[in-house]
Design a protein around this ligand. Structure first.
Ligand SMILES: [Fe+2]
Length: 291
Protein backbone atom coordinates (compact mmCIF):
# COMPACT_ATOMS: atom_id res chain seq x y z
CA UNK A 1 0.00 0.00 0.00
CA UNK A 2 1.41 3.36 -0.91
CA UNK A 3 0.44 6.99 -0.94
CA UNK A 4 -0.98 8.29 -4.22
CA UNK A 5 0.02 11.95 -4.44
CA UNK A 6 1.20 15.10 -2.75
CA UNK A 7 -2.13 16.63 -1.84
CA UNK A 8 -1.06 19.82 -0.11
CA UNK A 9 1.95 21.68 1.29
CA UNK A 10 2.16 23.88 4.39
CA UNK A 11 4.68 26.65 4.97
CA UNK A 12 5.51 28.58 8.13
CA UNK A 13 6.34 32.11 6.99
CA UNK A 14 7.30 35.36 8.68
CA UNK A 15 5.57 37.67 6.19
CA UNK A 16 2.02 36.55 5.39
CA UNK A 17 1.32 39.67 3.33
CA UNK A 18 4.32 39.22 1.06
CA UNK A 19 3.42 35.56 0.58
CA UNK A 20 -0.19 36.43 -0.26
CA UNK A 21 0.93 38.80 -3.02
CA UNK A 22 3.50 36.28 -4.23
CA UNK A 23 1.09 33.34 -4.42
CA UNK A 24 -1.79 35.23 -5.99
CA UNK A 25 -0.14 38.00 -8.02
CA UNK A 26 2.98 36.18 -9.22
CA UNK A 27 2.14 32.46 -9.20
CA UNK A 28 -1.56 33.00 -9.86
CA UNK A 29 -3.04 30.80 -7.15
CA UNK A 30 -6.61 31.49 -6.09
CA UNK A 31 -7.28 32.49 -2.49
CA UNK A 32 -9.26 29.78 -0.73
CA UNK A 33 -11.26 29.83 2.47
CA UNK A 34 -8.96 30.67 5.36
CA UNK A 35 -9.06 28.85 8.64
CA UNK A 36 -8.31 31.00 11.65
CA UNK A 37 -4.80 32.34 11.24
CA UNK A 38 -3.97 30.16 8.22
CA UNK A 39 -4.24 31.43 4.67
CA UNK A 40 -4.98 28.84 2.02
CA UNK A 41 -4.66 28.83 -1.74
CA UNK A 42 -6.16 26.81 -4.55
CA UNK A 43 -4.67 25.38 -7.74
CA UNK A 44 -7.70 23.41 -8.90
CA UNK A 45 -11.05 22.19 -7.61
CA UNK A 46 -9.60 21.19 -4.25
CA UNK A 47 -10.36 23.41 -1.24
CA UNK A 48 -6.64 24.15 -0.96
CA UNK A 49 -3.23 23.02 -2.18
CA UNK A 50 -0.97 25.44 -0.26
CA UNK A 51 -1.36 26.77 3.26
CA UNK A 52 0.68 29.44 4.99
CA UNK A 53 0.84 30.02 8.73
CA UNK A 54 2.67 32.84 10.45
CA UNK A 55 5.89 31.83 12.21
CA UNK A 56 9.63 32.27 12.29
CA UNK A 57 10.76 29.12 10.46
CA UNK A 58 10.37 30.42 6.88
CA UNK A 59 10.37 26.81 5.76
CA UNK A 60 8.08 23.96 4.85
CA UNK A 61 6.06 22.94 7.91
CA UNK A 62 3.99 19.97 6.71
CA UNK A 63 3.05 17.95 3.68
CA UNK A 64 -0.23 16.17 3.04
CA UNK A 65 0.04 12.84 1.23
CA UNK A 66 -3.16 11.52 -0.25
CA UNK A 67 -4.39 7.94 -0.25
CA UNK A 68 -6.93 7.06 -2.95
CA UNK A 69 -9.49 5.03 -1.04
CA UNK A 70 -10.85 4.41 2.44
CA UNK A 71 -9.65 0.79 2.19
CA UNK A 72 -6.19 2.01 1.16
CA UNK A 73 -6.08 4.25 4.23
CA UNK A 74 -6.91 1.30 6.51
CA UNK A 75 -4.29 -0.84 4.74
CA UNK A 76 -1.63 1.84 5.23
CA UNK A 77 -2.53 2.19 8.90
CA UNK A 78 -2.19 -1.60 9.22
CA UNK A 79 1.22 -1.52 7.56
CA UNK A 80 2.47 1.23 9.86
CA UNK A 81 1.14 -0.69 12.89
CA UNK A 82 2.92 -3.83 11.72
CA UNK A 83 6.17 -1.92 11.26
CA UNK A 84 5.83 -0.33 14.67
CA UNK A 85 5.80 3.18 13.20
CA UNK A 86 4.37 5.80 15.53
CA UNK A 87 1.56 7.97 14.22
CA UNK A 88 -1.21 9.99 15.77
CA UNK A 89 -4.82 9.87 14.59
CA UNK A 90 -5.79 13.45 13.82
CA UNK A 91 -8.16 15.30 16.10
CA UNK A 92 -11.60 16.19 14.73
CA UNK A 93 -10.38 19.79 14.69
CA UNK A 94 -7.41 19.03 12.44
CA UNK A 95 -9.54 16.90 10.10
CA UNK A 96 -12.06 19.75 9.84
CA UNK A 97 -9.28 22.28 9.30
CA UNK A 98 -7.74 20.23 6.46
CA UNK A 99 -11.18 19.35 5.10
CA UNK A 100 -10.45 15.60 4.92
CA UNK A 101 -12.42 12.56 6.14
CA UNK A 102 -9.58 10.69 7.80
CA UNK A 103 -6.02 11.70 8.61
CA UNK A 104 -3.02 10.46 10.55
CA UNK A 105 0.03 12.50 11.49
CA UNK A 106 3.59 11.19 11.30
CA UNK A 107 6.99 12.81 11.60
CA UNK A 108 9.62 11.89 9.02
CA UNK A 109 13.15 11.08 10.26
CA UNK A 110 14.27 14.64 9.47
CA UNK A 111 11.47 16.08 11.64
CA UNK A 112 8.97 17.16 8.95
CA UNK A 113 5.27 16.71 9.77
CA UNK A 114 3.74 14.27 7.29
CA UNK A 115 -0.05 14.04 7.14
CA UNK A 116 -1.58 11.05 5.38
CA UNK A 117 -5.24 11.46 4.53
CA UNK A 118 -8.21 10.36 2.49
CA UNK A 119 -11.34 12.22 1.42
CA UNK A 120 -10.21 15.76 0.53
CA UNK A 121 -12.83 18.47 0.04
CA UNK A 122 -13.63 19.36 -3.58
CA UNK A 123 -15.34 22.67 -4.37
CA UNK A 124 -17.23 22.07 -7.60
CA UNK A 125 -19.52 25.03 -7.05
CA UNK A 126 -16.65 27.52 -6.85
CA UNK A 127 -14.54 26.91 -9.96
CA UNK A 128 -10.80 27.58 -9.87
CA UNK A 129 -10.06 30.97 -11.33
CA UNK A 130 -6.46 32.20 -11.36
CA UNK A 131 -6.11 35.88 -10.40
CA UNK A 132 -3.05 36.10 -12.67
CA UNK A 133 -4.67 34.30 -15.59
CA UNK A 134 -2.88 30.93 -15.35
CA UNK A 135 -4.91 28.69 -17.66
CA UNK A 136 -4.54 25.60 -15.48
CA UNK A 137 -2.20 23.90 -13.04
CA UNK A 138 -1.30 20.31 -13.83
CA UNK A 139 -2.52 18.51 -10.71
CA UNK A 140 -5.13 15.70 -10.76
CA UNK A 141 -3.57 12.29 -10.22
CA UNK A 142 -0.13 13.95 -10.22
CA UNK A 143 -0.93 16.02 -7.14
CA UNK A 144 0.14 19.53 -6.18
CA UNK A 145 3.70 19.40 -7.57
CA UNK A 146 6.99 18.35 -6.03
CA UNK A 147 9.19 19.15 -3.06
CA UNK A 148 12.97 18.84 -2.80
CA UNK A 149 14.11 18.17 0.75
CA UNK A 150 17.66 18.49 2.04
CA UNK A 151 18.69 16.12 4.80
CA UNK A 152 21.80 14.67 6.34
CA UNK A 153 19.81 11.61 7.42
CA UNK A 154 19.33 10.43 3.85
CA UNK A 155 19.26 6.68 4.65
CA UNK A 156 16.51 7.03 7.25
CA UNK A 157 14.52 9.53 5.21
CA UNK A 158 14.75 7.31 2.09
CA UNK A 159 13.59 4.28 4.06
CA UNK A 160 10.64 6.22 5.48
CA UNK A 161 9.34 7.42 2.12
CA UNK A 162 10.09 4.28 0.08
CA UNK A 163 9.66 1.21 2.28
CA UNK A 164 6.93 2.63 4.51
CA UNK A 165 5.03 5.03 2.26
CA UNK A 166 5.69 3.38 -1.10
CA UNK A 167 7.59 6.01 -3.12
CA UNK A 168 9.58 4.47 -6.01
CA UNK A 169 12.96 5.64 -7.31
CA UNK A 170 12.71 7.36 -10.71
CA UNK A 171 16.39 8.18 -11.22
CA UNK A 172 19.42 9.89 -9.73
CA UNK A 173 21.55 12.84 -10.74
CA UNK A 174 25.20 13.10 -9.73
CA UNK A 175 26.47 16.64 -9.44
CA UNK A 176 30.26 16.99 -9.41
CA UNK A 177 30.84 19.48 -6.60
CA UNK A 178 34.62 18.98 -6.51
CA UNK A 179 37.06 16.70 -8.37
CA UNK A 180 36.73 14.11 -5.61
CA UNK A 181 33.13 14.73 -4.50
CA UNK A 182 29.85 14.09 -6.28
CA UNK A 183 26.51 14.94 -4.69
CA UNK A 184 23.83 12.44 -5.69
CA UNK A 185 20.24 13.64 -5.79
CA UNK A 186 17.49 11.01 -5.61
CA UNK A 187 14.12 11.44 -7.33
CA UNK A 188 11.01 9.53 -6.28
CA UNK A 189 7.51 9.08 -7.71
CA UNK A 190 4.23 7.84 -6.29
CA UNK A 191 2.13 8.49 -9.44
CA UNK A 192 2.95 9.42 -13.06
CA UNK A 193 4.59 12.70 -12.01
CA UNK A 194 8.31 11.99 -12.55
CA UNK A 195 9.10 13.07 -9.03
CA UNK A 196 6.85 14.16 -6.23
CA UNK A 197 9.79 14.03 -3.85
CA UNK A 198 13.52 14.56 -4.33
CA UNK A 199 16.12 14.08 -1.63
CA UNK A 200 19.42 15.91 -1.39
CA UNK A 201 21.90 14.32 1.03
CA UNK A 202 23.35 17.46 2.50
CA UNK A 203 23.09 19.78 5.46
CA UNK A 204 21.08 22.90 4.65
CA UNK A 205 19.74 25.86 6.59
CA UNK A 206 16.17 24.92 5.59
CA UNK A 207 14.41 21.58 5.10
CA UNK A 208 13.01 22.70 1.77
CA UNK A 209 15.25 23.59 -1.17
CA UNK A 210 12.32 24.30 -3.47
CA UNK A 211 8.82 23.29 -4.38
CA UNK A 212 7.54 23.04 -7.92
CA UNK A 213 4.22 23.97 -9.46
CA UNK A 214 3.46 22.74 -12.97
CA UNK A 215 1.44 24.91 -15.29
CA UNK A 216 -0.52 23.50 -18.21
CA UNK A 217 1.22 25.35 -21.05
CA UNK A 218 4.50 26.98 -22.04
CA UNK A 219 2.55 30.22 -22.44
CA UNK A 220 1.58 30.03 -18.75
CA UNK A 221 5.28 29.81 -17.84
CA UNK A 222 6.14 32.64 -20.24
CA UNK A 223 3.47 34.88 -18.76
CA UNK A 224 4.79 34.04 -15.26
CA UNK A 225 8.27 35.14 -16.43
CA UNK A 226 6.74 38.39 -17.63
CA UNK A 227 5.35 38.92 -14.11
CA UNK A 228 8.79 38.60 -12.43
CA UNK A 229 9.68 42.25 -12.77
CA UNK A 230 6.16 43.55 -12.28
CA UNK A 231 5.80 41.64 -9.01
CA UNK A 232 9.29 42.55 -7.75
CA UNK A 233 10.32 38.88 -7.63
CA UNK A 234 13.96 37.74 -7.69
CA UNK A 235 14.58 35.16 -10.39
CA UNK A 236 17.21 32.63 -9.25
CA UNK A 237 17.61 30.43 -12.33
CA UNK A 238 17.07 31.10 -16.00
CA UNK A 239 14.66 29.13 -18.13
CA UNK A 240 15.98 25.63 -18.69
CA UNK A 241 15.05 21.99 -19.29
CA UNK A 242 15.83 19.36 -16.70
CA UNK A 243 17.68 16.24 -17.81
CA UNK A 244 15.51 13.74 -15.97
CA UNK A 245 11.89 14.91 -15.91
CA UNK A 246 12.38 17.12 -19.01
CA UNK A 247 10.50 19.90 -17.21
CA UNK A 248 10.94 23.31 -18.86
CA UNK A 249 11.09 25.73 -15.96
CA UNK A 250 12.60 28.71 -14.23
CA UNK A 251 13.28 29.29 -10.54
CA UNK A 252 12.52 32.26 -8.30
CA UNK A 253 13.08 33.11 -4.64
CA UNK A 254 10.03 33.05 -2.37
CA UNK A 255 9.57 35.65 0.39
CA UNK A 256 10.96 32.99 2.78
CA UNK A 257 14.24 32.50 0.91
CA UNK A 258 13.72 29.00 -0.43
CA UNK A 259 12.86 28.73 -4.10
CA UNK A 260 9.91 27.88 -6.29
CA UNK A 261 10.25 26.14 -9.64
CA UNK A 262 7.63 27.16 -12.17
CA UNK A 263 7.48 24.58 -14.94
CA UNK A 264 5.58 22.82 -17.67
CA UNK A 265 5.75 19.72 -19.86
CA UNK A 266 7.29 17.28 -17.39
CA UNK A 267 7.27 13.65 -18.57
CA UNK A 268 5.05 10.97 -17.06
CA UNK A 269 6.47 7.85 -15.44
CA UNK A 270 4.67 4.53 -15.85
CA UNK A 271 5.99 1.79 -13.57
CA UNK A 272 5.40 -1.04 -16.07
CA UNK A 273 7.87 0.36 -18.57
CA UNK A 274 10.00 2.78 -16.54
CA UNK A 275 13.72 2.10 -16.15
CA UNK A 276 15.74 3.70 -13.37
CA UNK A 277 18.63 5.65 -14.87
CA UNK A 278 21.39 8.04 -13.79
CA UNK A 279 22.18 11.51 -15.09
CA UNK A 280 25.41 13.49 -14.84
CA UNK A 281 23.84 16.93 -15.13
CA UNK A 282 20.65 18.47 -13.76
CA UNK A 283 19.71 20.23 -16.99
CA UNK A 284 19.92 19.64 -20.74
CA UNK A 285 20.14 23.39 -21.30
CA UNK A 286 19.57 26.60 -19.38
CA UNK A 287 18.95 26.78 -15.62
CA UNK A 288 21.90 29.13 -15.17
CA UNK A 289 22.15 30.80 -11.75
CA UNK A 290 21.06 34.43 -11.87
CA UNK A 291 23.38 36.89 -10.17
FE1 LIG B 1 12.34 20.78 -9.05
Amino acid sequence: MSVASLGYIGFEVSDLGAWDSYLTGFLGLMPGRSNGTSARYRMDDRAFRLQIDEGKADDISFIGLEVETWEGMQALRGKLDKEGVKYAPASDNLKAERGVRDLIVLTDPAGLQVEIYVGATVLTSVPFNSPAGVSEYLTGEQGAGHVVLASEKIDEVRDFYTRLLGFRLSDTIGIAIAPDFTLTLEFYHCNPRHHTLALAPMPAPKRLHHFMVEMATMDDVGFAMDRIEKCGVKQTMTLGKHSNDRMISFYAATPSGFEVEVGTAGIAVHDEVWRVTHHEVTSMWGHKRCS
